[in-house]
Ligand binder design. Structure first.
Ligand SMILES: [Zn+2]
Ligand SMILES: [Zn+2]
Ligand SMILES: [Zn+2]
Length: 159
C-alpha cells in the first residue's frame, strides 16, 4: 500500500497491515466478546480499511455493492457495532469513520488531523488513556470511550 495517509499503519500498528489478516483478527476479537461478525459488519470494516481517508456514512452506503438492500440505518448499526467493539472510531469534527488498528488493547483514540491535507492518523496513545482513566474516575465519572481530536500539521505537510 502506497497511500500516504492510510490510517491502518498509524504510528505503531498493533494490527496487521494486510486487509484480509486484519479482518480475520477482527473476527476473532468480535467472537471473544461473544458477538458475531455479520457479513454487513465485515463489509463495512473492509471499506473503512480500504479507504484512504476517513469515510462518510453515505460513501460507505454507496460502496456497499452486492448488498443492494442496505439502507442508512443498516450502515449506522454496523458502524455503532464496530465502535462498540473498538474496531472503528468516529471523528466528530469530520463526521467520518476510520478503522482502528489498536482494538486489541485499551486505548483512547487520539487523532492527529492535518489542517493542510486533511489526513487523519490515530496515535498509539496508551498513556493518554491511563491519564484520562485516572482523571475521569477521580471526578466520579465512569468513562466508556473517548476520542480526542488534535488539529495541526502532519509531518508530510510540515516538511
Ligand atoms: Zn483506536
Ligand atoms: Zn496499539
Ligand atoms: Zn498533512
Amino acid at each position: 500500500m502506497a497511500q500516504s495517509h492510510s490510517h491502518i499503519h498509524a504510528n505503531t500498528p498493533c494490527s496487521p497491515q494486510d486487509v484480509e489478516a486484519f479482518l480475520n483478527e477482527a473476527e476473532t476479537l468480535v467472537m471473544r466478546q461473544g458477538q458475531r461478525m455479520t457479513r454487513i459488519r465485515r463489509k463495512v470494516l473492509r471499506l473503512l480499511l480500504e479507504s484512504t481517508e476517513p469515510a462518510k456514512a453515505y460513501d460507505l452506503l454507496a460502496n456497499l455493492d452486492g448488498e443492494g438492500s442496505a439502507k442508512p440505518p443498516t450502515i449506522y448499526r454496523a458502524l455503532d457495532f464496530l465502535q462498540e467493539t473498538g474496531l472503528a472510531h468516529k471523528i466528530e469534527s469530520l463526521n467520518a469513520y476510520v478503522a482502528c488498528g489498536h482494538a486489541s488493547h485499551n486505548h483512547s483514540a487520539v487523532f492527529l488531523i492535518c489542517d493542510t491535507c486533511h489526513g487523519a492518523e490515530e496515535l498509539h496513545a496508551t498513556a493518554t488513556n491511563e491519564a484520562l482513566d485516572a482523571e475521569t474516575s477521580a471526578a466520579g465519572f465512569k468513562m466508556n470511550r473517548a476520542v480526542v481530536e488534535v488539529r495541526g500539521t502532519c509531518r508530510d505537510c510540515a516538511a
